[in-house]
Design a protein around this ligand. Structure first.
Ligand SMILES: Cc1cc2nc3c(=O)[nH]c(=O)nc-3n(C[C@H](O)[C@H](O)[C@H](O)COP(=O)(O)O)c2cc1C
Ligand SMILES: [Fe+2]
Ligand SMILES: [Fe+2]
Length: 403
């Protein structure tokens, strides 16, 4: 089935319905797609490939339109294997094709596949003509690798954005307005939180650069998931909000426990937050999906993190969460730490130190209790929850005035 997304531009990618974990780090409950686009003009260009196991499927889709030998240009917006894995298979068919990519992209592709491809390195503003259509390149370093770029089809106002603005969704429909909106936004949010979060400043600058340049964008076609064809500015604005750290006035209580002592503290703190009319979401890490929890972190301003101590440190399920935060460096958060221990403790200090390294502000030094919390300690937890909600509201007001 041919899929023309805009006159002369065809989707020739693959849908990965069964993917449930992406590069062994990120849960993909709705699968994904690898979007490859074929532009039919006097010169024929393929923009991005697919993951290697789907290479034959991509070639079959190309063959429905043209013999693959007719491809003159291959545009590699990003060299990660989910988009470049099928390129060696294609390059065997068209060894003379010119491969357009950034200088960093050339380094990586040469290393992974072959230094002998006919690479043409491009920079922001460089253009090539395919005949009727013109491709303009926009470098987008660290969105999310050093080599990333976007390809803009000038005549169609079409931005082929690769990993930026994507979502891990497998679907038979190719456009965002054709699929369940709650899934679109849930997966877009999760994608930003797990893939793009560390690069907020660069993302703001890149989007502002595109907006200021005044280039019209009617369609954003990413390399994963569905294509945005309505009010594309809405997508940019949402990215800007996330990147600036704008989030709901909500508190997450994230904890781990062995014998429920820390869990009791967590519940009392959650009730204290709730008593102030603030929304709370509670996650025990060993019962939660870490990629989903990071999505929640992106969307909430407050985070209360608790863990008991085992062998002077945190429980195993807490470790990937705090390590992950150090990498993601979420903006604009207020946090508080608590936990039960038996003798020397350690978990609260380990978490506090990790949160500081992640650039997260702490309301005050954390609360530690010995073994099972008693009634008095639980009411202190409740009071802490109350105070946390109040502090979170104050931080919001302070930032509101500054902006
Ligand atoms: C295997 C194991 C190792 C522990 N190691 C420590 C430790 O190094 N330091 C400490 O203060 N408490 C240690 N404890 C005590 C627990 O932190 C304590 O029992 C705490 O109340 C458990 O809280 P929880 O019910 O929320 O898991 C350990 C407990 C267990 C079972
Ligand atoms: Fe990527
Ligand atoms: Fe990707």
């Amino acid at each position: 089935m041919k899929l023309e997304i805009i006159e002369g531009v065809y989707w020739v990618g693959a849908v990965d319905w069964n993917l449930r974990i992406y590069h062994n780090t990120y849960s993909t409950h709705h699968g994904t797609s690898y979007n490859s686009y074929l532009i039919l003009d006097e010169k024929i260009a393929l923009v991005d490939g697919v993951y290697e196991p789907f290479g034959e499927e991509m070639l079959e889709r190309i063959k429905e339109l043209i013999p693959p030998e007719k491809i003159s240009y291959v545009i590699a917006n990003h060299s990660e294997p989910d988009h470049s894995g099928a390129l060696p298979r294609l390059m065997k068919i068209v060894p003379q094709a010119k491969v357009f990519c950034t200088a960093k992209g050339k380094d990586i592709l040469s290393r992974m596949y072959s230094p002998n491809w006919d690479f043409i390195t491009v920079k922001t503003g460089d253009e090539i003509s395919l005949g009727r259509k013109t491709l303009r390149f926009i470098e987008a370093p660290m969105m999310h690798w050093p080599d990333n770029m976007f390809t803009y089809v000038k005549e169609d106002f079409l931005l082929l954005s690769n990993d930026a603005f994507g979502q891990h969704i497998a679907s038979s429909q190719r456009f965002e307005d054709e699929v369940d909106q709650s899934i679109v936004w849930e997966e877009s949010t999760k994608y930003f939180a797990n893939t793009l979060y560390p690069f907020c400043s660069l993302i703001i600058r890149k989007i502002e650069e595109i907006q200021k340049s005044g280039i019209p964008i009617k369609m954003i076609a990413p390399s994963h998931g569905v294509i945005w064809r309505r009010d594309t500015n809405r997508v940019f604005e949402r990215y800007l909000q996330w990147a600036r750290g704008e989030a709901a006035e909500r508190t997450l209580v994230i904890y781990e426990t062995m014998w429920e002592s820390t869990a009791r503290m967590a519940r009392a703190i959650a009730q204290g937050v709730q008593s102030q009319g603030m929304e709370v979401k509670v996650y025990q890490l060993s019962a939660s999906d870490l990629s989903d929890v990071f999505k929640e972190v992106l969307e909430a301003r407050g985070m209360v993190v608790g863990c008991s101590t085992v062998n002077n440190t945190v429980l195993p399920a807490m470790a990937p969460f705090i390590e992950g935060l150090k990498g993601l460096r979420p903006r604009g958060k207020l946090a508080y730490v608590f936990g039960s221990h038996g003798w020397g403790g350690g978990a609260v200090k380990v978490i506090e130190s990790a949160l500081k390294q992640a650039g997260i502000e702490l309301m005050e030094p954390g609360l530690m209790v010995k073994y099972m919390p008693d009634e008095e300690e639980l009411s202190r937890c409740f009071e802490l929850g109350k105070r946390f909600a109040q502090s979170l509201r104050k931080v919001e007001i302070k930032e509101g005035i500054q902006t």
